[in-house]
Design a protein around this ligand. Structure first.
Ligand code: GLU
Length: 505
């Protein structure tokens, strides 16, 4: 058997992402999905979303919703899927039971599959025995000898049975687009279960049928599915179907080189969205988990990824999930985002923390002070921190000082190096004098005005500017005092300086 069927090569490329809605969308699934999407789009083909929801207990509509929302947010948009009118639908497996029933019956009729009546206990006992004898625990084929008539009678009488595929003892080979030639000795599989009954298909069977009927040309999925491929190919052959091409992506590993899991702080996509990772950053980062452009370049937009993608540039060895790298990408993309757009992205974070309330698109109310703040001022605040943000949510910690009447801090923070409280109090007095006299509160004016005065009076710059900045912000680190004073305005700046004096006692 060979998957390199020339018949698939002339067809329009069609790939699919086939998640089981049994959990939230996670990084590994996005990687699979993204590579399917990139390849389909690169080849001018179609990308299909198929929901594999045959595990009735574990599949949940909210997980399907989470998967779809996550993909939409990332800009990985399917051409066909559960909510489109594609001609290969339905796209949810539970809506395709008639189809699987038809093919299960065909496999049974043509003796490619048979009913197995062995009980769980019996199978377990046989398994233990084989393991004890040093054999791989495969099914011994006992029920393959039952005649079709007898099996039908027993089923009709209500006896419980599963459907097993009759595996041929031969080597199954295919050429994987990433791994090259792969051989599997199918005799090691034994006769495997493909359905719990004619209307309850299991993964390998349902996927094999759907991939054929949906005219999928390329199957791109994780390395953990490598050994499913020969099973699916055998089912396709038994049904007289051709085979698609396969590309198995390397495992994603944590920094300790073990399979990526929650232990490595890998979280569902919704978590990254909430923290304020940008979709471009995630896509770019995820694309590099298994692919590289062959150059030093690291920043790729989605259209650029589509353009550059190839399986030749995918590697077999595991890819390390390094959150520091994701942070790096995110900072880069935040810096590239136009200020207006970035401000728009940040407004929900302020609203969520109840720092501002929306009056209109361009006007907001500061909750703590009841003052109005316009979009331009918000943008100005954001502009002070655009260079330093790693995640959007970091804006709150950096800028909450603009949304309170008075900051709260320990008085020792006002001390610059070995200053005494008395010296700080004098510095604050000086600042009050300087800001009160200021003819304008524009930052350049304030800077010249203050620095000149400091120089004329022969004062220590740090001893004035540090207490000024802390009094205005209440923070160890922030943007410079003049930029902040400009935004706070004269009244609030003086109020904060007077408050600092009060703190000093
Ligand atoms: N439903 C399977 C999964 O989520 C699909 C695997 C495949 O792509 O064939 O793992």
């Amino acid at each position: 058997m060979n998957s390199d069927l020339s018949q698939t090569q002339s067809k329009k490329v069609r790939t699919r992402f086939a998640p089981s809605p049994t959990g939230f969308l996670h990084i590994g699934s996005v990687r699979t999905c993204l590579f399917n999407f990139l390849y389909a789009k690169k080849m001018g083909g179609d990308f299909v979303l198929r929901i594999e929801d045959t595990d009735k207990e574990r599949s949940k509509p909210e997980f399907e919703e989470d998967i779809k929302q996550g993909l939409k947010w990332l800009g990985i948009i399917w051409d066909e899927g559960p909510d489109t009118n594609g001609k290969f639908g339905p796209y949810r497996q539970m809506d395709r039971l008639d189809i699987y029933e038809k093919y299960a019956r065909q496999l049974l009729d043509q003796s490619h599959a048979y009913y197995c009546f062995c009980s769980e206990e019996e199978l377990e006992a046989k398994k233990q025995e084989m393991v004890a004898r040093g054999h791989a625990p495969i099914y011994d084929g006992k029920c393959s000898n039952i005649s079709k008539e007898e099996a039908q009678q027993r089923i009709a009488a209500g006896e419980k049975a599963v459907i097993r595929f009759k595996t041929q003892n031969k080597v199954i080979s295919f050429t994987d687009l990433i791994w090259g030639k792969v051989d599997f000795d199918a005799s090691l599989f034994g006769d495997f279960v493909i359905a719990k009954d004619t209307r309850s298909p299991l993964y390998n069977f349902a996927a094999a049928v759907d991939d054929y009927l949906m005219e999928i040309t390329h199957i791109v999925r994780g390395e953990e599915h490598l050994s499913n491929t020969p099973r699916q190919m055998m089912i396709q052959s038994a049904l007289g179907f051709g085979h698609p091409q396969y590309a198995h992506l390397p495992l994603i590993l944590g920094p300790d080189k073990t399979k990526l899991s929650k232990r490595h702080n890998a979280e569902p996509v919704g978590y990254y969205k909430q923290k304020g990772y940008l979709p471009q950053a995630l896509n770019n980062f995820i694309a590099f988990l298994g692919w590289n452009p062959g150059t030093e370049r690291e920043m790729f937009s989605m259209p650029e990824l589509i353009n550059e993608f190839s399986f030749e540039r995918c590697r077999k060895s595991g890819s390390i999930f390094n959150i520091a790298k994701l942070d790096w990408y995110n900072g880069m993309y935040i810096r590239q985002t136009p200020l207006d757009k970035l401000t728009e992205l940040l407004i929900p974070y302020y609203q969520e923390k109840n720092l501002i309330e929306k009056i209109s698109d361009r006007e907001f109310k500061i909750t703590a002070t009841n003052q109005t703040i316009d979009f331009a001022t918000l943008s100005l605040i954001v502009s002070l921190y655009q260079e330093r943000l790693v995640k959007l949510e970091d804006i709150i910690e950096a800028t909450d000082l603009f949304f309170v009447e008075l900051p709260s801090y320990e008085k020792d923070l006002l001390l610059f190096k070995d200053m005494t409280y008395q010296q700080v109090a004098n510095s604050i007095d000086k600042c009050i004098e300087l800001l009160s006299n200021a003819e304008s509160f524009q930052k350049d004016y304030l800077q010249t005005h203050c620095l000149n005065a400091i120089q004329e009076a022969n004062l220590n710059r740090g001893q004035i500017l540090w207490p000024l900045r802390v009094a205005l912000t209440g923070k160890k680190a922030s943007a410079g005092p003049f930029e902040i004073a400009e935004i706070l305005g004269k009244d609030l700046s003086l109020k904060r300086l007077n408050f600092a004096k009060k703190i000093l006692g």
